[in-house]
Design a protein around this ligand. Structure first.
Ligand code: AMP
Ligand code: GLY
Length: 449
């Protein structure tokens, strides 16, 4: 086991020598992280776990072993052989499976919490208890392991409550019903039908909050907190926030929904007490702390915590990061976050997600994509690969639900938005879906000011 002291004495952290990095994960978030890592003067060699993502394949060397909880030893062997100094874990799954516990050594740092810290996301009921004990404002809720009790509680409520599978359910385990009947159906689906497997052994039934939703991401080294510029995600599939919930159809950064006073309040009342509570529980948390919040009339309240960068928030953030991402991650891993300055491009960014036909329920795969190069030719536009594959012929095809992330910077949010949509308009594939209103409200409001 790596003690904090041992970790802080690693070669990677203490010298300016090049660091070999292993990036775990294969979506648009990881392509954006990989691109930022590749820009770092500290990078030795970048290794990737998902070469089937053509964006990642162009950046790093494939490790050739699976990302699997049961076979982490194979990644460990690669890390030893390739002298990896820093492992960056993108998605929550491997963190919840304890990749950070298994891959960290005195000579190898892991950016991302261990299994105990990852419980913040992998066990919503545990997270709720921690928040309650730390007096962090969050929706009132109760946990249940028995569906009859859950149903009795839900039907006794005046308003339909929100129903959440406590475990990881690939972003699909949360139901915001319009009626008590729908709430009851969700309870049965999760607990009795086990639609999300063991993730539904325990559920949370909680009050429905109203207000504007924001994501505040921070990086922490377990003591200090570096709050990142606020982002706004667009979770529903269709314009005007209608349609099914998705992983996120677009994002922009910074979000002006949060003023400075609210940001300070979120830092003081949410982030600091959460990091303190983790510390008090003996959890050594180093990595991203992502708070999903509702700005209610009674102030910001936590909807959920994630233990990794948001996707697509990460894409909107990474194009604005001017500082060295490896230095930033090393600082988080070695408790030196308070010693570094982080610089952001002052220009706002907008990320538009291009999704495949049938997303989110049944994404169509194998559809040829055209125009990626045309889109990238535009100034200050980056296209990240999220769910694509490259055929032997060189052709790029759809291979997942969220296919491409088109990200643009602009002098104003309106300009960034215009560029992102201009670029998105150059990309074509059959059945392509995207929202046309990413950042629209805020861009319109700021151009009126
Ligand atoms: P989560 O995965 O917990 O963020 O939930 C997914 C989405 O469900 C959130 O982004 C919110 O839009 C919505 N949601 C979750 N919890 C609540 C709540 N207590 N009240 C209202 N909406 C919620
Ligand atoms: N965009 C939301 C998430 O990454 O959870």
């Amino acid at each position: 086991m790596t003690t904090p002291e041992a970790a802080s004495s690693t070669a990677a952290a203490n010298t300016a020598a090049p660091v070999n990095v292993l990036l775990v994960g294969g979506g648009g978030r990881e392509h954006a992280l990989g691109a930022a890592i590749s820009r770092s003067p500290r990078l030795g060699k970048l290794f990737i776990t998902h070469p089937e993502n053509p964006g990642l394949a162009a950046l790093g060397t494939p490790v050739g072993v699976p990302v699997s909880g049961a076979e982490v030893y194979r990644l460990e062997q690669v890390c030893d052989r390739e002298r990896i100094g820093l492992v960056v874990v993108g998605p929550e799954g491997p963190l919840a499976e304890g990749f950070a516990d298994k891959l960290a050594t005195p000579d190898r740092l892991v950016f991302g919490p261990r299994k105990d810290g990852a419980l913040l996301e992998s066990d919503k009921a545990w997270c709720k208890t921690l928040l309650r004990e730390a007096s962090v404002p969050t929706a009132e809720g109760r946990e249940f392991t028995d569906s009859e009790n859950a149903l009795a509680y839900a039907t006794s409520r005046a308003e339909p409550p929100v129903i959440k599978a406590s475990g990881l359910a690939a972003g699909k385990g949360v139901f915001v019903p319009e009626s008590i009947k729908e709430a009851s159906d969700a309870i049965r689906l999760i607990m009795d039908e086990r639609a999300f497997g063991d993730a539904g052994k325990k559920i949370l039934v909680e009050e429905r909050l109203t207000g504007r939703e924001v994501s505040v991401l921070a990086i922490t080294d377990g003591r200090s907190i570096l709050v990142l510029p606020p982002c706004q995600d667009h979770k529903r599939l269709f314009d005007n926030d209608i349609g099914p919930n998705t992983g996120g159809m677009g994002a922009f950064c910074p979000s002006d929904v949060i003023d400075d006073a609210t940001m300070s309040c979120i830092e003081r009342e949410v982030l600091v007490p959460t990091v303190d509570a983790l510390k008090r529980d003996g959890i050594d948390y180093r990595g991203v702390l992502y708070a999903g919040l509702m700005l209610t009339h009674a102030g910001p309240k936590v909807l959920e915590f994630n233990v990794r960068f948001g996707d697509p928030e990460c894409q909107a953030l990474m194009v604005r990061l001017r500082s060295d991402v490896i230095e930033l991650m090393l600082a988080a891993c070695t408790r030196k976050l308070d010693k570094i300055e982080v610089e952001w491009d002052p220009r706002p960014s907008v990320c538009v997600v291009l999704a495949s036909e049938g997303y989110p329920s049944k994404p169509r795969k194998g559809t040829p994509i055209e125009g990626i190069e045309d889109a990238e030719a535009l100034e200050d536009v980056t296209v990240f690969h999220a769910g694509t594959a490259q055929l032997r012929t060189g052709e790029i095809v759809t291979a997942g639900g969220r296919v491409l992330n088109v990200v643009a910077l602009g002098e104003t949010l309106a300009e960034a938005r215009e560029r992102a949509y201009d670029a998105a308009g150059r990309i074509r594939f059959e059945g392509m879906q995207f929202r046309s209103d990413i950042a629209a409200q805020t861009a319109a409001a700021s151009s009126r000011r």
